[in-house]
Design a protein around this ligand. Sequence first.
Ligand code: NI
Length: 248
Amino acid sequence: MQLHLQTWPAIEHYLRDNRTVIMPIGSTEQHGPNGLLGTDAITAEAVARGVGEATGTLVAPVIAVGMAQHHLAFPGSMALRPGTLIAVIRDCVESLALHGFERFFFINGHGGNVASTTAAFSEIYAAASFGGGAGTRLRCTLRNWYETPGVAALSRELYGEQEGSHATPSEVALTWYLHPDRAMPMNLDPPVAPRGSFTDAADLRRNFPDGRIGSNPGLATIEHGKRIYDAAVHDLSRELRRWTCPSS
Ligand code: NI
């Protein structure tokens, strides 16, 4: 059930017995020579929809631009500054909270979003704390689809050390499963990208000239992508059920 395909009376009806909403969050940024700019948003949105279907939970529109300043030296990349992303998340949560939503299960596709997203949760709680009173009923949590136990095990099995940390074969495979017409199998040179750290966009482009970090997305296949999708939806559906109903 996707929020943007519903009417307001349908949401009012949903809220009679469910106060939870899934919030997909991703990024629009370079993903190496054969990864799509929308990888992190496409994957987070698809996994969120799968979890929504499996658990009967409403799914909000994806937040498709994230904290990706470090990718801005590559054409097509877009970014929100940390403070902007914190404000966007807070406003999205508080909009839905006005109508009665209380539990916000964020499914994230981009490591660069983690710090700002958890800071946004702290801002939401801080507003209640500094206001005194009985506190807020809102609960927010963040899960990275690429780190669930099933996905991590699959990535180890399929790619080992060549998973890397950016433009990974796991995320590239998942986008190819979702958009097979955009699959671009390619032998990369070098096959495994360099590892290391970075600061700003110029530094990342200097250290990682084709945009990959430690990864070999040349290993990605559509069939892998289906297995990764199934594992992510399975794991996160179980986690959502446990989070909303700890006794289940
Ligand atoms: Ni990514």
